[in-house]
Design a protein around this ligand. Structure first.
Ligand code: ADP
Length: 631
């Protein structure tokens, strides 16, 4: 919409019921309601969308990067309605939307592909997996967003993995065809941005490295790739352009590869602009959306391949309303404060603003933060500072996780691969000292104001020891000891080797304002049973108190206790029956929520007392799904 405004083009937005007041609605010149709440009732509803195109009288439709952006039927319907589709021709979308056919097209264009078995005949899969050699990757032909994808390391895991991949693929795409690929060990994910005009000219605009992934979904994207030499860039670029040419490609597209040393293998082609396109814009100085609009208007490129140059280094991170400390579950609420960072070389693409309501209905991405620097080192330093300055209050986010991530040696050196993050991530490492310090100061302050009647004093969540106080929290399964020492103007709070000074400015039942080593901070604090919850800098930290005598928390109670659904969803599989004995970490039930499968595991050894839901049942978030008892 920003680009349209620059070009003097009027924009019309569409919106669902919960989005009536959303930022995209306020930004557009006009807006049309679609009605409906879920994405199926609104943004994914082709009929309503086409009706909106007709009603608006729009000349062209830009589908963005989500929802129907890669839907050939919608593209056709838009063209039938008399508008221009800003994207490739529908038959090209179809070809690339089928990963099996796309790989065939790559082979035909002379592009190397990951070795595998591209027939979808299930009877041959086991034999083909042996031939390819384990480990292998099962993928959905219609796949996207990591859905229907399973890594299989041993032959005996194949039947279950096949089952899960098929089920997920059928639920997400209505197409359960799967195929096999060799699982490449620790490759990098490097993708080439291509752009093609309607006259058959194709350019490649360098690469983006998206190796920092969590469970095969991108978390950090950068350009150029620290692992790509000019020679490799040229080889990959020409391969991607050749594939685009053969496919009759038009508009912006991305050809994704896995890279091992100087070898590269085609993965898939995305037939739309991507979330991470800003890093390419920042190093090439081009506006990709402007190019898309010019191409859709039938203009020929003025730019030649030689004129495409890369300057400096750009990195993007995605800000999500999800909580790393709770297994990255989405979080909802109203944004009471939303202040993105600013400064030279800092770009914010935001989807929300102060007062926005984050609902559970759509993708939890709130914003993208993109930085540019003359060198990679300058870009990473700039990113760290920008993340530090980001302020979000009211909704839990992945900010603390991103702040941890930009400080890891692997990210700083650029020596990452697609498994790096899943290997390196430890939730406790992102636990900021500030949260612990403020939590401890709050507990201590409350105890002082409430005297001996305070339950935490009575239940000895902490105890006196001369002038020192000790509080023991649990983070994951590890105890974390915090010592508070009263000094003249506040607390000296010690955690391991580190000490911070905290001066309490104000403190009440709901929170605390204090200076931590001279920095003013504020946190909302809540206590519920033995659980202390601290909201700080947009992150929510759950700190269970360690109560001596209660055994290890969580675990002690869970042997005889209830397991709850982490979020609303549908039961897709029940693995156990009432009366069965189970081992620690044994999978009990599989829930599907936000299009992802969540496995509910036994927290420890025990017996199943009751299963409250059957396969196919809808479950509310927080509902008890399984009751366990001690054997
Ligand atoms: P989707 O379209 O569902 O996102 P992709 O084919 O683009 O699936 O793959 C997504 C990610 O999965 C890749 O970036 C990579 O991390 C991982 N991946 C895919 N295929 C393989 C493979 N053969 N070996 C190792 N990792 C793979």
């Amino acid at each position: 919409m920003r680009t349209c405004r620059e070009m003097g083009i009027i924009t019309v937005a569409v919106y669902s019921e919960p989005d009536a007041d959303a930022l995209h609605v306020r930004t557009a010149d006009e807006a049309l309601p679609l009605g409906g709440v879920s994405s199926l009732q609104s943004y994914l509803n082709t009929e309503k969308m086409v009706e909106a195109v007709r009603r608006s009288g729009a000349d062209a439709v830009h589908p963005g990067y989500g929802f129907l952006a890669e839907n050939a039927a919608f593209a056709r319907a838009v063209e039938t309605a008399g508008a221009v589709w800003i994207g490739p021709p529908p038959r090209t979308i179809e070809l690339m939307g089928d990963k099996i056919r796309a790989k065939e097209a790559a082979v035909a264009a002379g592009v190397p592909v990951v070795p595998g078995y591209d027939g979808s005949d299930p009877n041959h899969l086991a034999r083909e997996a042996e031939r390819i050699g384990y480990p292998v990757m099962l993928k959905a032909a219609a796949g996207g967003g990591g859905k229907g994808m399973r890594a299989v390391h041993h032959p005996e895991e194949l039947p279950d993995a096949l089952d899960g991949a098929r089920r997920e693929a059928r639920a997400s795409f209505g197409d359960d065809r799967v195929f096999l690929e060799k699982l490449l060990v620790r490759p990098r994910h490097v993708e080439i941005q291509v752009i093609a005009d309607t006259q058959g000219a194709v350019l490649y605009l360098g690469e983006r490295d998206c190796s920092v992934q969590r469970r095969h979904q991108k978390v950090v994207e950068e350009a150029p790739s620290p692992a790509v030499t000019p020679e490799l860039r040229r080889r990959m670029g020409e391969a991607a352009a050749q594939l685009a040419r053969n496919a009759g490609y038009v508009s912006a597209g991305t050809v994704e590869f896995l890279v091992h040393g100087s070898e590269f293998y085609f993965l898939e082609m995305n037939t739309r602009i991507q979330v991470e396109h800003p890093v390419t814009e920042m190093v090439t100085g081009l506006d990709l959306v402007r190019l898309q609009l010019q191409i859709a208007a039938g203009e020929q490129f003025e730019l030649t391949q030689e004129q495409v140059t890369l300057s400096g280094h750009a990195i993007e991170v995605r800000l999500y309303a999800e909580e790393p400390n709770r297994g990255f579950l989405p979080s909802t609420g109203t944004l009471r404060r939303f202040v993105p960072p600013s400064g030279p070389g800092v770009r914010n693409d935001v989807g929300v603003t102060r007062g926005s309501v984050v609902t559970p209905f759509y993708d939890p991405m709130l914003a993208k933060l993109i930085v540019h620097g003359a060198t990679r080192a300058e870009a990473t330093t700039r990113l760290a500072h920008a993340l530090h300055d980001y302020q979000v209050v009211g909704v839990g986010t992945n900010l603390a996780f991103l702040r941890w991530l930009v400080r890891t040696p692997a990210l700083l050196s650029g020596e990452v691969d697609i498994e790096f993050l899943d290997r390196a991530w430890r939730p406790e490492e992102a636990l900021p000292l500030d949260a612990l310090a403020l939590g401890a100061a709050w507990l201590s302050g409350r105890a002082q104001t409430q005297g001996a009647a305070d339950p935490w004093r009575a239940r000895s969540g902490w105890r006196h020891c001369g002038m020192d106080r000790h509080i023991r929290f649990l983070h994951g399964t590890d105890p974390v000891d915090v010592t508070l020492e009263y000094a003249r103007d506040g607390w000296q709070i010690r955690l391991g080797e580190t000490t911070v000074s905290v001066t309490v400015l104000s403190l009440d039942d709901a929170g605390i304002a204090a200076t931590v080593d001279g920095r003013r901070t504020e946190a909302a604090v809540r206590i519920d049973g033995e659980l202390l919850s601290i909201t700080l800098d947009g992150g929510l930290y759950d700190l269970p108190l360690y109560l001596p005598g209660a055994g290890s928390p969580g675990g002690g109670r869970a042997a005889a206790g209830s397991l709850t659904a982490p979020m609303p969803g549908v039961v897709v599989k029940v693995h156990v029956a009432a009366g069965e004995s189970v081992a620690a970490h044994q999978p009990l039930m599989v829930l599907e929520a936000m299009k992802m499968e969540h496995v509910i595991e036994a927290p420890q050894v025990g017996k199943i007392a009751e299963i409250l839901f059957a396969q196919g049942d809808m479950v509310a978030g927080g509902a008890t799904v399984v009751r366990m008892e001690e054997e």
